[in-house]
Design a protein around this ligand. Structure first.
Ligand code: ADP
Length: 316
């Protein structure tokens, strides 16, 4: 039986005459112990969904059941059952030390002094925060603040944990460390986790299932193995000088799958999908042979709508 169930969840923001449909009638169930990724580009509605689920904001419409209780009507139940790390590390108190923050969050749950002490030292150990135990949160690095924020959420010891973009803004090393902590430590505790990210690598690393949202709607809800393949296709944008004649366009199209040309004023963008990034060299070779001047190469972010279309096509 689902521990989280949301039906037709909708959130419309109305600010100073502006109306934004942030979440547009989404429905999904999450079973106890599942680790689910909420994946989508910036502005897709991930944070809004999580804020509605943990009842920080009121949904405009829809039903949310947590452990079979209606939390739209009884928000207190959500506060008991769920802990969340939202928008980086805003849940921690800047002027309190690592230990004081942890003590505060544990105290809110009403644990005894002895239990709090044990939990604090266990988490400090797990998250490598020992040397910063008495340092005020505002003086910690961004990565340490994020680890402390997650530790503060964990000390509540709830069955459900929401992590909103847990690696956003972290450097590569800390991102890997936080991913490892989620995968190796937190996921082993049997908690139900909903993790949002715009990055498939993060989701793929820690989740078994992924819900992809785009423009407030669910575009796919799949086991990670099935969707992973679609994200493996990398696309690169080759920016070249001037126009490209039709013969060369045809030659490139014949050599590669998924080629698109975008004619700009003084240049052309050629977007080419490739499973194997070594194919970049083949493109460079073609450009060189035809005397086409390359201005730059960029990795193109995955297009969620296209991935959805491919998934649907694949089903037929
Ligand atoms: P994501 O987390 O996927 O980046 P968000 O849930 O933050 O997406 O935002 C979804 C949409 O709602 C975006 O268009 C965003 O600009 C808008 N939005 C988010 N919060 C507010 C708010 N408080 N008021 C008005 N619009 C908002």
């Amino acid at each position: 039986m689902a521990i989280i169930s949301c039906k037709d969840l909708t959130k419309v923001y109305k600010n100073q005459g502006q109306v934004v449909q942030a979440v547009d009638g989404i429905s999904f169930d999450i079973e106890p112990g599942e680790i689910v990724g909420l994946l989508g580009p910036n502005g897709a509605g991930k944070t809004t969904t999580i804020k509605c689920l943990c009842r920080l904001i009121n949904p405009t419409r829809g039903k949310i059941l947590i452990d079979s209780r209606d939390v739209v009507r009884h928000s207190n139940f959500a506060f008991e059952k769920v802990s969340a790390v939202l928008e980086g590390n805003r849940n921690i108190y800047w002027r309190m030390s690592t230990k004081e923050n942890l003590r505060l969050f544990a105290g809110l749950q009403g644990f005894s002094g002895k239990v709090i002490k044990e939990k604090i030292y266990e988490l400090i150990d797990t998250f490598g925060l020992k040397e910063k135990i008495n340092t005020e949160a505002r003086f910690l690095s961004r990565g340490m603040q994020q680890k402390l924020a997650i530790a503060c959420a964990l000390i509540k010891d709830t069955d459900i944990l929401f992590l909103d973009e847990p690696t956003l803004g972290l450097d590569v090393e800390t991102t890997i460390e936080v991913r490892r902590l989620i995968r190796e430590k937190i996921s082993k505790q049997g908690k139900t986790i909903l993790l949002s990210s715009h990055n498939m690598n993060v989701v793929e690393d820690v989740c078994s299932r992924v819900i992809i949202i785009n423009k407030g709607k669910i575009v796919a809800d799949e086991k990670i193995d099935r969707v992973k393949e679609f994200f493996k296709v990398n696309a690169y944008r080759f920016e070249v000088e001037g126009d490209i004649n039709n013969k060369i366009k045809r030659d490139i199209k014949n050599k590669f799958l998924g080629v698109k040309f975008f004619d700009k004023e003084t240049k052309t963008d050629i977007v080419i999908e490739m499973r194997d990034s070594m194919k970049i060299y083949e493109v460079l070779e073609i450009l060189k042979c035809r005397n086409i001047k390359l201005l730059g190469i960029q990795n193109v972010e995955p297009d969620f709508e296209e991935i959805y279309l491919k998934l649907v096509k694949d089903e037929k």
